[in-house]
Design a protein around this ligand. Structure first.
Ligand SMILES: Nc1ncnc2c1ncn2[C@@H]1O[C@H](COP(=O)(O)OP(=O)(O)OP(=O)(O)O)[C@@H](O)[C@H]1O
Ligand SMILES: [Mg+2]
Length: 211
């Protein structure tokens, strides 16, 4: 095996990404596969500090470019200090809760920053490291928000119109890259969804010689 496998979970807030990322981590761990479950922004000491700034609901006036660069700064650190080692040294399965597609959907789709710029800066931050597979858990904004009972953080406070654009952008990227981004129906019961995601992921891991 040359390297590990990089899996990413994406979707709007409340779609069920973290629930599914955790279920998959548990299932793979039970099969004795080495898994590193991590999340963005965060996953490193510096990244977690950047995360605290990004999600601080008292800071609602951050400029969109500042926000973009903070997400990418956290990601550069994550790739350099954690993900590359896990993939290429430990040859683990890395499961990342949000990655570059979040930035494309939120900062380009949601905040309307030019998509080419986001993409170019993203490549600089990641060194061009793309996931082997992205699981997009799709759910309509109304249902997703109805699931969130906690006090809305800064990003969630951005409003319905913003999140409608984010969802639309996610689906548009998925439509253009159907092999790399697989869409799942987040309205399904969580164990049903888990089984569907497992089928696709296990197929990939079998092809990669991990299962
Ligand atoms: N398939 C499902 N059906 C119904 N409820 C679900 C389902 N999946 C998750 N939930 C519930 O919805 C809420 C949000 O789920 P979760 O935290 O996994 O979403 P998320 O996409 O990670 O959200 P965020 O972006 O805010 O981190 C949780 O209370 C969770 O238990
Ligand atoms: Mg989550």
């Amino acid at each position: 095996m040359k390297s590990g496998v990089f899996l990413v979970f994406e979707g709007i807030e409340g779609s069920g990404k973290s629930t599914q990322a955790e279920l998959l981590t548990k299932a793979l761990t039970e099969k004795d596969v080495e898994v590193d479950l991590t999340r963005e922004p965060g996953g490193t000491e510096v990244g977690d500090k950047i995360r605290a700034v990004l999600l601080d609901s008292s800071l609602d006036e951050m400029h969109p470019r500042t926000e973009l660069l903070l997400y990418l700064a956290a990601r550069a650190e994550h790739i350099a200090k954690r993900i590359r080692r896990k993939l290429f040294v430990d040859k683990a399965v890395v499961i990342c809760d949000r990655y570059m597609l979040s930035t494309l959907a939120y900062q380009a789709g949601g905040r309307k920053i030019d998509v080419k710029t986001v993409s170019r800066l993203g490549k600089f931050a990641t060194g061009g490291l793309d996931p082997d597979l992205t699981v997009l858990v799709d759910l309509d904004v109304e249902r997703a928000f109805a699931r969130l009972d906690r006090t809305h953080d800064r990003i969630e406070k951005a409003g319905t119109e913003f999140h409608l654009r984010v969802r639309k952008a996610y689906l548009e990227f998925a439509r253009r890259s159907p092999a790399r981004i697989r869409v799942f129906d987040g309205a399904k019961e969580k164990m049903t969804l888990h089984e569907e995601i497992k089928e696709v992921v296990y197929d990939l891991l079998t092809r990669k010689g991990i299962l």
